[in-house]
Design a protein around this ligand. Structure first.
Ligand SMILES: [Zn+2]
Length: 228
């Protein structure tokens, strides 16, 4: 397990980011990808708006209920998000089977002109593992900066922070741009594209390792999150 990269559009087989074929609009492409969701649990909807505005630990527990991902793993993810006041970044949690190369995904699901953000847990990797097992997996992984389960969750959190409050066409434009950004000097994951780079920087920022961030990368990060 050395590739912990995830993203809303990462190929579960190869670990490579999908590129949207030129002849397709992003929307057409995104519509095709929904077939990947093999074991999506229905989202809990709040009564008034029909949309969960902010995720809770119960959403994570419900997502893993009946599957092979342990409840302690779901609770750990919720705990880390709560510690970082990040519950408002997600509208739901879902479990999918995405092969062996992905741990999490941040999935933006179109709703009108906006989107819901889902925290996706890959059962193929997380199933049957304890929190300790997953910690070890990230401690041993070489191509990302995360050294623990908690830091991998922080990485994921920054994917959601990046797109929070955008509308769907703004995400489309943002990812078009970020797909062409490949900054070296942080990790193999960070080179993949600008979104991965930002998520990796997020981990370093939370860890307080500012001097480990190349100037070019910091400049990219600060464009979205302000001066740090
Ligand atoms: Zn990522």
């Amino acid at each position: 397990m050395d590739d912990i990269a995830e993203r809303w559009a990462r190929d579960p087989e190869t670990g490579k980011t999908y590129t949207v074929p030129g002849s397709m609009t992003y929307k057409q492409w995104a519509a095709k990808q929904t077939g990947l969701a093999k074991s999506v649990k229905p989202l809990e909807k709040s009564t008034k708006s029909g949309i969960v505005k902010s995720i809770t630990v119960d959403n994570f527990k419900a997502a893993v209920n009946g599957g092979t991902i342990k409840e302690e793993v779901a609770v750990k993810i919720a705990d880390v998000l709560e510690e970082h006041n990040a519950f408002n970044l997600y509208n739901g949690a879902v479990v999918k089977k995405l092969g062996s190369k992905i741990v999490f995904q941040t999935d933006a699901q179109k709703v009108g002109t906006f989107f819901d953000t889902l925290f996706v847990l890959n059962e193929d990797v997380l199933g049957g593992k304890t929190v300790k097992d997953i910690d070890k997996m990230f401690a041993e992984a070489k191509n990302n900066v995360a050294n623990s389960f908690a830091e991998a969750i922080i990485h994921e959190m920054y994917h959601s922070k990046l797109i929070h409050n955008l509308n769907y066409s703004q995400i489309e434009a943002l990812y078009d741009e970020l797909n062409d950004i490949h900054i070296d000097g942080i990790s193999k994951t960070a080179i993949a594209d600008g979104a991965e780079c930002i998520a990796e920087i997020g981990v370093l920022v939370e860890r307080g390792e500012m001097n480990a961030i190349p100037k070019e990368a910091l400049k990219l990060f600060e464009r979205f999150f302000g001066e740090i």
